[in-house]
Design a protein around this ligand. Structure first.
Ligand SMILES: [Zn+2]
Length: 261
């Protein structure tokens, strides 16, 4: 799984990673806005793919939708080499056209594996507990869940973790339960708001150094304009900075903006 034969010539990137619902989408967007990074959102791509292939049919913002997504991720983890190849192609095609320093995030499992093949300058791993991730997943979509439903989500996340753990270990020799042994930098987000986690990332010396080296590799980076579509009200915005809030409907969910370029 995940090992692609095509080699591509692409600019180096920073990878921000973590297990599902560890906060990588929102923190990547903070980075994009604060540092004028291009943000490549693998999560949003997976959500689109789940919908377009008929695996995710329930309306966004419902518990059923999130459960269907978890099932879809499980399918990807288990056997679907074609979907894996699509994700890899999506990430590499996005990275191949960027002119700015770029941060990539995806569902943790997938991008973690891809990182071996992408020209990654630095990886930051967001660590969050299973309880935290369950809360964040539900909170983010303002899903009102009973105690039983919460437990159901938690168990599904745990099953998925186990599945990916096994898969990554046997195929790539990666132990994702011990990210500190694999990663150069781990940010423990326990008891932190997303703003605090971003502040922590932004002050890590290697992050500043990596940003500076990426910026010097891409001298024209300030000139990149992209088009973003708000997936809530469909407004298309053109901007040389990542759009974090839709001016029409105030949508600020990082996974509900589509990069049209
Ligand atoms: Zn909108």
């Amino acid at each position: 799984m995940f090992l692609m034969s095509d080699t591509v010539s692409i600019a180096p990137v920073i990878l921000l990673d973590g297990l599902l619902a560890s906060g990588s989408s929102i923190i990547s967007n903070y980075v994009g806005q604060s540092y004028s990074f291009t943000v490549v959102n693998g999560n949003q791509y997976l959500r689109d793919l789940g919908a377009s292939t008929g695996h995710v049919t329930a309306p966004v913002g419902t518990l059923k939708h999130e459960i269907q997504l978890l099932d879809f991720y499980e399918l990807i983890a288990k056997e679907n080499a074609a979907v894996q190849k699509q994700i890899y192609s999506f990430l590499t095609s996005k990275i191949s056209i960027v002119k700015k320093p770029t941060i990539v995030h995806c569902t943790g499992y997938a991008s973690y594996a891809f990182s071996i093949q992408l020209p990654v300058k630095h990886i930051y791993w967001l660590h969050a507990t299973l309880d935290d991730r369950t809360e964040r997943l539900l909170h983010r979509y303002k899903i009102m869940a009973s105690k039983d439903q919460k437990q159901q989500v938690k168990e599904r996340l745990n099953e998925l973790d186990n599945l990916w753990e096994e898969s990554l270990k046997s195929h790539l020799g990666i132990n994702m339960r011990e990210p500190e042994k694999q990663q150069e930098t781990v940010i423990d987000t326990a008891n932190m708001t997303t703003e605090q986690a971003f502040q922590k990332l932004a002050t890590i010396e290697s992050f500043i150094e990596t940003y500076n080296s990426l910026a010097s590799l891409m001298p024209d980076y300030h000139e990149e304009w992209r088009r973003w579509q708000c997936l809530v009200c469909q407004l298309v915005l053109e901007s040389n900075k990542i759009v974090v809030t839709c001016p029409r409907c105030n949508n600020s969910d990082p996974d509900k903006f589509k990069d049209l370029d």
